[in-house]
Design a protein around this ligand. Structure first.
Ligand code: HEC
Ligand code: HEC
Length: 307
């Protein structure tokens, strides 16, 4: 608070308190003039009612005095008088940060129990999964979907989500997946050939002749990141092109666009926001979720083909 506002507040507080004290002393001492009949002389209702005089009740005076004393005591102990900090040095920020520390200690005890297990094992603990699910919904679902099914530009975490340590390390550090544009290198024909080859990898409808023409170009240009078989490289964020999961769409036009113009996906880092303990719980839920989804897709291959 600047000096001006400090003085402003000081003057307001002093004059309010001064007024309260003045009224208290005046109210308990003042003598109201009394007529011969013991009333003030005021009368209502054509003289039937006369206004009498009573001193302030004692309880009222005591209450008034108490509130003045409490107010002065408060202003000495706590901040309230401009920039004066109060004898106790109390601040709301400090109270909040103490509460935060206490809360972190409580959480720490809870996390300590989970720290002794590897993430993949935690996936078998339903309480850990419940915490993880809630944290996922609050922090990750906006991009990755409520069931981690992904969306345009956001990978489904049902694909690599079963690997707990991979999820934790990726989420801690964040990741920027860069797929360079290949249009200039491959030419428009080349892009279409390679796109057809990419579609053939997952058995999606494609032009077999063009796919065949695209294969050698894929091996020389794309295999460094996506692997010779197109299985991807997890650490680079280069997705598996043989599964049915697409980040940017699996129709010919979308795949061509991915290849021609390149793609850049940015995943924020969660190290400072959530920390490892909470990410491990999220990873536990993600693994369980990925395994259940996978089981479901084996049981119902139609649903799998839909992707
Ligand atoms: C702002 C959107 C956004 C949020 C929020 C977000 N992510 Fe991501 N995430 C992405 C994008 C985009 C990628 C793909 C990055 C790339 O292309 O390399 C990604 C990739 C990932 C991957 C790697 C997937 C794979 O198969 O390679 C994991 C694991 C992951 N995110 C976990 C999480 C977790 C856990 C959270 C919550 C704590 C989270 N993400 C929150 C956008 C987000
Ligand atoms: C430098 C490594 C690198 C090279 C080389 C590379 N890619 Fe990629 N590719 C990536 C990354 C990383 C992504 C994911 C980008 C993202 O998440 O935004 C990706 C994404 C894609 C996608 C989108 C997949 C989806 O699920 O939507 C396709 C298709 C693709 N690449 C095909 C190719 C083809 C074909 C080539 C060769 C012409 C190629 N890539 C070369 C790294 C690479």
């Amino acid at each position: 608070m600047s000096l001006f506002w400090s003085i402003y507040v000081g003057v307001l507080v002093t004059s309010n308190l001064g007024l309260a004290i003045f009224l208290y002393i005046y109210g308990t001492r003042v003598k109201i003039p009394i007529e011969g009949d013991g009333t003030t002389g005021h009368s209502w209702d054509n003289g039937h009612l006369r206004e009498s005089v009573r001193r302030l009740p004692r309880w009222w005076a005591m209450m008034s005095l108490t509130s003045i004393v409490v107010a002065i005591g408060y202003l000495i102990l706590f901040p309230g008088f401009g920039n004066y900090k109060g004898l106790l040095g109390w601040t709301s920020e400090q109270q909040v940060s103490e509460a935060r520390v206490a809360n972190a200690q409580k959480l720490d005890q809870m996390f300590a129990r989970y720290r002794q297990y590897p993430v993949n094992q935690l996936a078998g603990d339903s309480t850990a999964r419940q915490y993880g699910n809630r944290l996922f919904q609050d922090n990750c679902a906006a991009c990755h979907g409520t069931r981690a099914e992904g969306g345009h530009g956001f990978p489904a975490l049902t694909v690599n989500g079963d690997d707990g340590d991979f999820v934790v390390s990726t989420a801690l550090a964040g990741r920027t997946g860069v797929m360079p544009p290949w249009g200039a290198v491959l030419g428009e024909q080349g892009v279409t050939d390679v796109a057809n080859y990419v579609l053939s990898l997952s058995g999606a409808p494609h032009d077999a002749a063009r796919a065949q023409a695209g294969e050698p170009r894929f091996k020389e240009t794309c295999a460094a990141c996506h692997g010779a078989e197109g299985k991807g490289t997890k650490a680079l964020g280069a997705p598996d092109l043989t599964d049915h999961s697409w980040i940017y769409g699996g129709d010919l036009a979308s795949v061509e666009q991915s290849i021609r113009d390149g793609r850049t996906g940015h995943m924020p880092a969660w190290k400072d926001r959530l920390g490892e303990d909470q990410l491990r719980l999220i990873a536990a839920w993600l693994r369980y979720n990925a395994l259940t989804e996978r089981e479901a897709s084996i049981a119902a291959p139609v649903a799998d083909a839909r992707r």
